[in-house]
Design a protein around this ligand. Sequence first.
Ligand code: ATP
Ligand code: MN
Ligand code: MN
Length: 373
Amino acid sequence: TECSPPTADANVSQYACLRRTTTENHNKIFTDVLEELAENSEFNESKGPCLAFRRAASVLKSLPSAVHCLGAIQGLPCLGEHTKAVMEEILIFGRSFKVEEVQSDERYQALKLFTSVFGVGPKTAEKWYRRGLRSLKEILAEPNIQLNRMQRAGFLYYRDISKAVSKTEAKALRSIIEETAHWIAPDSILALTGGFRRGKEYGHDVDFLLTMPEMGKEEGLLLRVIDRLRDQGILLYCEHQGSTVDMSKLPSRRFEAMDHFEKCFLILRLEEGQMERDEGLQKDPGESRGWRAVRVDLVAPPVDRYAFALLGWTGSRQFERDLRRFARKERGMCLDNHALYDKTKKLFLPATSEEDIFAHLGLEYVEPWQRNA
Ligand code: ATP
Ligand code: MN
Ligand code: MN
């Protein structure tokens, strides 16, 4: 047939850190479905299939063009039988019956809805489902359910924080937090991380690193920034976690787990006036209340951990997973958000930039905008 295999000779790696993945995804019709199947596997606690679907989606995201036939994916890594069957359905029928079955499943629908609330994980969602609850209204009306502070904020601001954050909004938040941090410590450094650093147009939150050029000077800074945001009347919610960094216990075995840096998970009030000036937009005053709530993550590593924290918080999650897997399997090294440890030489490898870390791993540098794996 005219089905040419444009990708088979591309020598695509099984590791996302050996691929370049921009925000331009030519295979969204497949990856959206595969990611939904991955999420369903996660709800069913099927770790293997979940990872397999996520890896398959990630490989397809890195391809330079759309896949039009099964022949084109021959020789690509991480595409198993289930994935190929799903892709075949989409190629032939333009839809996947497998994913439609999942989407119409009552349990999947409920767990997806419940976990969309800030502060609600799969465990809590499952508990509510087993109690017979199916909608957010039913949860709020159920007198025996004890919501924690984070979940209460999640419900209170549900409408706003389930709405995507734009790049313009992220920039406006950056200015506000930077100004606040500089007012407290003029030489403090604020860096955008997460999806917006990778060049995404929209995100579910905005992620920042905050540090000081001199070691130890970052202590107390984050709490003062939080106080100042509160004084300005823009702090709607704050969950602060103190630092629990213990270099003697590093690097931790449980990758993917939370790191030990001082951090806070915030909900901030963003005035729309600022954006209207920025974009020259005309707003119907009757249409909006003039502000929205936005989720913000603020992490405060000490400056000697900064490069590791920046690499770890830039993502994507799949890129991070594969960096760690590559380090472990191919280099006998252990990487996390705090450090890189060489298990053969039994020593920590120092780094002051992301480039240093890639070099230690014997990897070509991958730009943040190429890490959308
Ligand atoms: P989105 O646009 O949905 O926010 P994102 O890539 O920015 O996409 P986040 O969930 O904000 O996703 O996470 C950004 C990165 O920070 C991820 O790659 C993840 O590895 C890391 N990260 C997120 N939460 C934590 C945490 N609690 N502890 C350690 N690392 C985290
Ligand atoms: Mn983010
Ligand atoms: Mn985040």
